[in-house]
Design a protein around this ligand. Structure first.
Ligand code: IPE
Ligand code: IPE
Ligand code: MG
Length: 257
């Protein structure tokens, strides 16, 4: 209907400072969430979907430009077969079930990672959801699936080396921007803020190239408990950060040496 097609109204909280254009989240602690409740790990993954829906919707409503969610790492394939199979089923279910929510919020979905490792039915659902949402002009939702930061750099380097070999790229022309062009989704600017849930203080091979100057926020709650209030707390913290990118003053004139 015409009503559903309307661009959702953007309501952004004002914390008196900058708002991240690109937020990246390491969604961790699903297993612990379940185990704390004497449930099997997979129940935590299932509950985590509700956080994905709430956080995606809230970010879209706030007018965030991009949200990258670390959903499955290239190392996560090492987990027990039953857990991997459950996660892949959940992924397919999510990609199908969330289509109305994505459309209502004007969200465009893409995936980054070694996607050819995904089971065919999950990949088919992914391609269909990407196609369905391709023309949405609101937030970009990037799902990192079978993703590894080193894998991304290695995959990019292989393509770069091929271009050098064929003569399409000169060795002396390689700089940081050239390298970026060979990563999975080079058009999306680096994350401004990176959140990890479940209190863990590590990167776990997420977006190694792109997070060089991202602000980091660690939330103590497990991912299934990370909802709007926790998101607002992270955004409030970000609003107070001073980003200098190696310089001395944020966005100001260079001070005299
Ligand atoms: C994050 O939760 C989801 C995935 C990595 C797929 P975990 O499954 O890592 O949960 P914990 O860290 O073991 O509690
Ligand atoms: C990182 O969490 C990967 C995702 C959230 C998808 P892990 O649970 O796999 O990371 P480690 O093993 O604790 O470092
Ligand atoms: Mg974990």
């Amino acid at each position: 209907t015409a009503h559903a097609m309307a661009t959702p109204k953007i309501v952004r909280p004002d914390f008196g400072g900058p708002f991240p254009e690109h937020l990246a989240i390491i969604m961790d602690g699903n297993g612990r969430w379940a185990q704390e409740r004497a449930l099997r790990r997979v129940f935590g993954h299932r509950e985590g979907i509700n956080s994905v829906r709430e956080i995606t919707t809230e970010c879209a409503r706030m007018g965030m430009k991009s949200l990258t969610l670390y959903a499955f790492s290239v190392e996560n394939w090492k987990r027990p077969r039953v857990e991997v199979r459950y996660l892949m089923r959940l992924l397919r279910q999510f990609l199908i079930q969330e289509r109305p929510t994505l459309m209502d919020n004007g969200v465009r979905l893409i995936a980054i990672g070694r996607l050819d490792s995904l089971p065919k039915d999950a990949l088919d659902a992914l391609r269909e959801t990407e196609a369905l949402t391709a023309k949405n002009s609101g937030m970009l939702l990037r799902l990192a699936l079978s993703y590894g930061g080193r894998a991304e750099i290695a995959d990019g380097l292989r393509k770069l080396a091929r271009d050098v070999k064929s003569g399409a790229l000169a060795v002396d022309a390689i700089d940081e921007e050239t390298m970026r062009g060979y990563l999975y989704d080079p058009g999306t600017p680096d994350p401004d803020l990176m959140i990890r849930t479940a209190g863990e203080m590590r990167i776990s091979n997420f977006l190694l190239w792109q997070i060089s100057y991202s602000e980091i926020y660690v939330a103590d709650v497990c991912w299934p408990d990370f909802r709007k209030p926790q998101l607002l707390a992270a955004l409030k913290s970000y609003a107070k950060r001073v980003r200098k990118f190696g310089g001395l003053v944020a966005d100001g004139p260079a001070p005299k040496a």
